[in-house]
Ligand binder design. Structure first.
Ligand code: 7TS
Length: 412
């Protein structure tokens, strides 16, 4: 059975040119969506259209091309903001989630974090939600502390509550783990953190591409996400911030377009969000992200989520039948995003990924930029299959067949 019956996978697959290619003579089974997703023709066409019809810089030229490019760039901002329940003026385009976090580190953190302060993140974070806070803490003489995990791969809320008693300046947490798939109750976390006086930063890299997200309902102060994980181009993402904080923050980068006036001894800043978009921005890819938002909106994010829940449920049930298979993270598909991290007995994940590649199956193996989590799991690395709209039960069956083949090779 190909379809999950929630969305028409066969029809959707037609929109993705890359899915027609073969790898080692086999049908491409792309299960590395948590690293980056494939792009529908609508997104590729939006890039080609911009470069072939109205390529021009934005916010400066009064000629027709300049005005068309500015209108398309700002329309993309509006689309991206609406997609996550935010206002366009509260959304700054950045390169991706990593840059969003670093923007907060510099533009908010440098001014507000002081010696002796506590910053809080969690053990399940991607390095991009750990290292910037480590650097900030080190520079300021602050301390970075970590919320622990429960054996099922969910956050230990007891450990969170006790860290809140230290009145942290900042709480940074992922909406959805890129390894365990754990979906965190970020609304509750942000409400508690705010009550304790902390600023909240939510990493939406693995949630926005896979489920309906309403930043207003989450109630965080900052929220970052990446376009390339949601069918959009690489090099574009967004930081959404609370407007009063964005207003009072320092700029991130200095240069053209982020200023109002420049004198020899000082400058004044452009309005938010342009204050955070120095230099020539990534026009084409922002427009491409707008096209990706249109594409996902037409499918419906509630359907995307339901489709992935069914795929995850099917995959967990089916892959558990493979001898030596061990998955990490929550077992309930309703509590999990579209990723399954696993190991197959003691086969090295890179060996497994190489064997699967011979079958045309793309998974990721490694530490997934989450080394503290790997240590907590007591493994060096894992294999990871991750899903999106074009994946089907057939892809799961192909993965299972690949694992059985690997099992036979390694005599498990
Ligand atoms: N946060 C999470 C939860 C992520 O999964 C990633 C990327 C990032 C932040 C950083 O996003 P970027 O677009 O700035 O790179 N995660 C992965 C991954 O799991 N495999 O490759 C990239």
């Amino acid at each position: 059975m190909l379809k999950t019956e929630v969305i028409n996978v066969e029809k959707i697959r037609e929109d993705f040119p890359i899915l027609k290619r073969q790898v080692h003579g086999k049908r491409l089974v792309y299960l590395d969506n948590a690293a980056t997703t494939q792009k529908p023709k609508a997104v590729i066409d939006a890039l080609v259209d911009y470069y072939s019809r109205y390529n021009s810089n934005v916010h400066r030229s009064v000629h027709t091309l300049g005005e068309e490019a500015t209108a398309a760039y700002e329309a993309a901002r509006g689309k991206a903001a609406k997609f996550v329940g935010a206002r366009a003026k509260d959304l700054a385009f950045v390169r991706g989630t990593t840059e969003a976090t670093n923007l907060v580190r510099f533009a908010w953190g440098e001014k507000n974090v002081k010696k002796g302060d506590t910053l809080v993140t969690t053990l399940m974070e991607h390095h991009s939600n750990i290292v910037p806070w480590q650097l900030l803490a080190k520079g300021k003489g602050a301390t970075l502390k970590f919320v622990g995990l429960q054996p099922d791969g969910t956050l230990d809320m007891g450990s969170f509550e006790s860290l809140l008693r230290e009145a942290p300046k900042l709480v940074a947490v992922t909406h959805c783990s890129n390894v365990l798939g754990t979906i965190n109750d970020v609304a509750t976390i942000c409400a508690k953190a705010r009550k304790a006086g902390a600023i909240t930063v939510v990493d939406g890299a693995q949630s926005v591409p896979h489920m309906p997200v309403d930043i207003g309902a989450i109630g965080c102060d900052f929220f970052g996400f990446s376009g390339h994980k949601m069918l959009g181009p690489t090099g574009i993402g967004a930081l959404v911030g609370r407007s009063d904080l964005l207003e009072e923050m320092e700029p991130f980068h200095g240069g053209g377009e982020m200023i109002k006036e420049v004198f020899l001894d000082h400058s004044t800043w452009n309005d938010v969000p342009h204050k955070f978009e120095a230099g020539t921005v990534n026009i084409a890819d922002a427009i491409g992200l707008g096209a990706a938002v249109d594409y996902l909106t037409a499918i419906g994010m509630d359907k995307v989520r339901e489709h992935e829940v069914r795929l995850i449920a099917y995959a967990l049930q089916s892959l558990r039948e493979v001898k030596g298979f061990r998955a990490y993270g929550p077992e309930d598909p309703e509590k999990k995003g579209g990723v399954i991290s696993f190991n197959l007995a003691d086969v090295h994940p890179h060996d497994l990924a190489t064997i699967l590649d011979e079958e045309g199956i793309a998974i990721r193996s490694g530490h997934h930029c989450a080394q503290p989590l790997m240590r907590w799991l007591d493994v060096e690395s894992t294999s990871r299959a991750s899903f999106h709209v074009y994946n089907s039960y057939d892809d799961v069956d192909a993965l299972k067949a690949g694992l059985l083949k690997a099992g036979a090779i390694f005599k498990i």
